[in-house]
Design a protein around this ligand. Structure first.
Ligand SMILES: [Zn+2]
Length: 492
């Protein structure tokens, strides 16, 4: 009998091993569908050094997002005039509209109105350089210096580098008298860094009113990494979704009075307990339901055999995977909603019981979760705490929908990226911050977020940080990428 059971177990083990092995080796993304013909980007006569000088000029306009009235609008207006002067062929070919006072919407009309347009996004505004960080810059943040084969200054990567590359590419083609078959729309917002309500939102609404339904939208958001954390090797990450966000406000009320004979719970103890419970509420994490699985599949050929076996057999290794990822904030953010208590406030004296205590908990919402459900679960977690109420402090923003990785547009972006960055396999990713592109989901079939530039770990600190700069090589890549995109995507 024992022998029979052992034999049975042995057969089962062999079957499991076989299944694990099969899944491990079949766990590879299917090849993207046949893309349109693309030209070799090295054939374009691009003068990246001259473009670098123009990007430097663009950086000198201090187009810091305008948070209140009476700020320096003139910087934006001068920047607009400069664009017209520097890119005359493009401005002659395309129609320019000003939307929301300072955002720019260009339409380069194609000869075939039946083809859905391409929408290219970039933003004009930049984040400020706080006074207390200015001394840590090695150059003037608004000097637009070209030095050591790079263009330095606020906005070099985020996002004037994109804006100028798009204009350089369009000017390059317009100067040759090239005309699009498919319409190309360029939408350059002026308030992306403060939410896009006065720019991207209005431009997207205008396009919707005009009945625009684009083939795809392309914006900033992700790039190629020299060392992808998963593989340690280069990977070009195309953002196919971005997380939502919202802040829950926890309010706890208690009996005010002296603290010498306190009730069992005070407003502060209730708030603390509620924050802890919400912080610890169970959140689904996993590869499914977001871009993580597609990313793993796309990078599978680069994974070590053990990692590939683990991620391709989540049914078996799921608990181990989740445990290993638990200590890794980046993996946590990729695989599920994150919860961060950020503020807690209550009481004014050490010996007085406050009437209320308030806490704020910041949520970054994974595409598989919805804000209404998160709130319902948070309320459930604190239901037995008398005097505690939980609400979203303001209307939360849902995660964006997930764009396709099997579409013709994704295949086009992947092919162009592969030509420019041949060592970086293309993989889909989840954008952890927010971009203007989320406002365009109603007017496009798919929305992608990608800058074809190769970034080191150090480079990743630069947007919004110190010594922001872009290498002339990366600028050259972006210009060639956009030329290829307009040519292959809209001119044949
Ligand atoms: Zn940006």
């Amino acid at each position: 009998m024992i022998r029979l059971i052992l034999a049975g177990l042995g057969a089962l083990l062999i079957a499991v091993a076989g299944f694990v092995g099969f899944r491990t080796f079949s766990f590879v993304a299917p090849p993207p569908p046949a893309a349109v013909e693309i030209a070799e980007s090295s054939s374009y006569a691009v003068d990246a050094s001259a473009a670098a000088v123009r990007l430097g000029e663009a950086i000198r306009f201090r187009t810091v997002s305008l948070v209140s009235d009476g700020e320096d609008r003139a910087q934006f207006e001068q920047f607009h005039a400069w664009m017209q002067q520097r890119y005359p062929a493009f401005h002659a070919a395309a129609r320019r509209e000003i939307v929301g006072e300072l955002s720019l919407l260009y339409t380069w009309t194609g000869s075939d109105a039946a083809q859905p347009p391409i929408i290219l996004l970039a933003h004009q505004d930049v984040v400020p350089v706080p006074d207390d960080t200015r001394q840590n810059w090695t150059v003037d943040p608004f000097g637009g210096l070209v030095r050591d084969n790079a263009v330095w200054g606020r906005g070099a990567i985020d996002d004037k580098g994109s804006l100028i590359s798009i204009l350089e590419a369009a000017e390059f083609l317009a100067r040759q008298g090239r005309q699009p078959v498919r319409t190309i729309i360029f939408a350059f917002g002026h308030d992306e860094e403060i939410g896009g309500e006065g720019g991207a939102v209005l431009m997207a609404r205008l396009l919707a009113e005009r009945g625009v339904r684009a083939w795809f939208v392309l914006d900033e958001g992700m790039a190629a990494l020299e060392r992808h954390p998963l593989t340690g090797a280069p990977a070009a990450m195309i953002g196919i979704s971005e997380r939502g966000s919202g802040t829950m406000r926890v309010r706890a009320v208690g009996q005010p009075g002296h603290s010498s004979m306190p009730p069992r719970e005070t407003a502060v103890s209730l708030a603390a307990e509620a924050v802890n419970r919400i912080h610890d509420m169970p959140i689904e994490r996993g590869l499914e339901g977001g871009p993580a699985l597609g990313m793993m599949r796309a990078l599978a050929p680069e994974l070590t055999l053990t990692n590939r076996m683990a991620v391709s057999n989540e049914w078996l290794f799921g608990p181990m995977l989740r445990q290993r990822m638990a200590g890794n904030p980046a993996a946590q953010a990729l695989m599920g909603t994150t919860i961060a208590p950020t503020m807690i406030n209550g009481g004014s004296r050490p010996n007085v019981l406050p009437g209320e205590a308030i806490a704020m908990i910041n949520f970054r919402i994974h595409p598989r979760d919805q804000s209404a459900d998160l709130l319902r679960r948070a309320r459930q977690a604190v239901a037995d705490l008398d005097g505690v109420t939980v609400d979203w402090s303001e209307e939360p923003r849902e995660a964006s929908s997930i764009s396709s990785t099997t579409s013709s547009s994704y295949a086009l972006l992947a092919a162009l990226s592969g030509d420019i960055l041949p060592d970086a396999p293309v993989a889909p990713g989840l954008v952890l911050a927010g971009t203007d592109s989320r406002h365009y989901s109603e007017v496009a079939e798919n929305v992608y977020r990608y800058q074809p530039i190769m970034l080191t770990a150090e480079d990743l600190e630069m947007p919004h940080g110190l010594n922001e700069r872009i290498s002339v090589d990366n600028l050259d890549r972006m210009i060639r990428f956009y030329i290829g995109l307009m040519e292959a995507g809209a001119m044949q």
